[in-house]
Design a protein around this ligand. Structure first.
Ligand SMILES: [Zn+2]
Length: 166
């Protein structure tokens, strides 16, 4: 996460490191400076504790990146999500169809693909989100190659359905 200097402690960062005087640094930053609470927008100017007096949220002072390198992540996430969403809709349709008289449901061969591909693409979405911190420090070429691969898997996982269905 980047952007605001004073952020909610509930995100990820530890509340304070022993010996670092995190609360003192926060108080020094807010001394004489207008800064809104990231949760409720209350002006934290001259706050001396690490709690917002308005909403009670615990605050921390952080270093943020000027270039968070999110474009590859969002690009790849959209690619996988397109494939996952497409397969999920077909999966839902197959379930409804299965319980409706006169419709083939899961008896069609391409529906076996849907049963296999939907959880695989779901796992890829989860892996993409969880692997972000591991990939972000890699070179741009590696990050964007993965984003392209994500689109290939997302689109491939969707077009494979038509390939089997035809
Ligand atoms: Zn607040």
């Amino acid at each position: 996460m980047n952007g605001g200097l004073a952020e909610s402690a509930s995100d990820s960062a530890p509340r304070s490191e022993p010996g670092w005087g995190a609360s003192d640094l926060l108080a020094a930053f807010l001394g004489g400076r207008d800064y809104p609470c990231p949760c409720c927008g209350y002006n934290l100017r001259d706050l001396t504790s690490d709690c917002c007096p308005e909403c009670g949220d615990v605050l921390v002072l952080r270093v943020g990146s000027a270039h968070p390198r999110l474009a590859w992540f969002v690009t790849g996430l959209v690619g996988i999500s397109v494939g996952f969403g497409f397969n999920l809709v077909l999966f839902a349709w197959a379930i409804v169809s299965h319980f409706s008289a006169g419709y083939p449901g899961f008896d069609q061969p391409e529906m076996i693909w849907i049963v296999v591909a939907t959880p695989m693409l779901c796992a890829l979405v989860v892996a993409w989100v969880l692997g972000r911190r591991w990939v972000t420090p890699r070179p741009a070429a590696a990050r964007w190659s993965l984003a392209l691969l994500a689109w290939a898997l997302g689109l491939g996982g969707s077009f494979a359905f038509f390939g089997i269905a035809m």
